[in-house]
Design a protein around this ligand. Structure first.
Ligand code: MN
Length: 237
């Protein structure tokens, strides 16, 4: 049996009905990790002493998508169009992100995960693109989740450009929030045609990448985003 890296995936909490509530993560995340040769482990929302064990156990991490982030964590009041947030999840993931910045383990931050990465390092968010960015295009797609909605420009001299070796890729888009003030510790690695930030990378950590789209879902339909998961798994070995 070959040794495969363990990839910790953050989760949320969902209440389905009176007798079903608990850990939630979209199954495309663990399917994408398995496809790339990793072993997915779903991480529950937990206190720091428990998260410390996961930080030691796992070889790589995915900060997954989900709810909006409680705006108190970037010192802003809730906008009228702010959607559901879950403060306990934010606390759990902000702790993980801050610890991961001190470790060299690879991290892929997806959608909300990328927004959390910016907030964890001092950046802020646009709480609702349609009402706050008048020139923005549609970022909440009305087609199937794995399908491509819009183009992004990949910036040269970034890890993302090295990985894709091209300046333009088409991505899906399932976000009503976006990065506003950029953290000083990250650089932009991709931008949408309307200027919305679509990917970032940490400038001091060896592999802490954030993408605003959902590569784990695109992976279920095509191979165009495999490189993100393959590289995460390679770096985790
Ligand atoms: Mn988008």
């Amino acid at each position: 049996m070959s040794v495969k890296p363990l990839i910790g995936i953050t989760s949320s909490y969902v209440k389905h009905n009176w007798y079903m509530e608990g850990v939630y993560v979209h199954h495309d995340y663990h399917k994408a990790v398995i496809k790339a040769g990793g072993i997915p482990i779903i991480l529950p929302i937990a206190p720091p002493d428990v998260l410390d064990h996961y930080l030691n156990l796992c070889d790589g991490f995915i900060l997954s998508g989900g709810e909006d982030i409680d705006p108190q964590f970037y010192k802003t009041s809730p906008h009228p169009k702010l959607a559901t947030f879950y403060t306990e999840r934010d606390e759990s993931e902000l702790y993980l992100a801050n610890q991961l910045l001190k470790m060299n383990k690879p991290v892929l931050a997806i959608c909300r995960g990328m927004q959390l990465m910016n907030v964890a390092t001092g950046g802020t968010l646009i709480q609702d693109i349609p009402s706050q960015v008048k020139t923005a295009m549609q970022h909440v797609q009305t087609i199937d989740r794995p399908k491509e909605q819009h183009e992004v420009q990949i910036h040269k001299q970034t890890i993302l450009h090295e990985l894709f070796n091209t300046s333009t890729v088409r991505v899906n888009s399932l976000h009503h929030q976006a990065l506003d003030t950029l953290s000083r510790d990250v650089r932009i690695s991709a931008t949408a045609p309307d200027g919305i930030i679509e990917a970032i990378e940490h400038t001091k950590h060896p592999f802490f990448l954030g993408v605003q789209w959902h590569p784990e879902s695109m992976c279920q339909r095509s191979d165009s985003m495999n490189v993100l998961f393959n590289t995460l798994i390679d770096r985790a070995k």
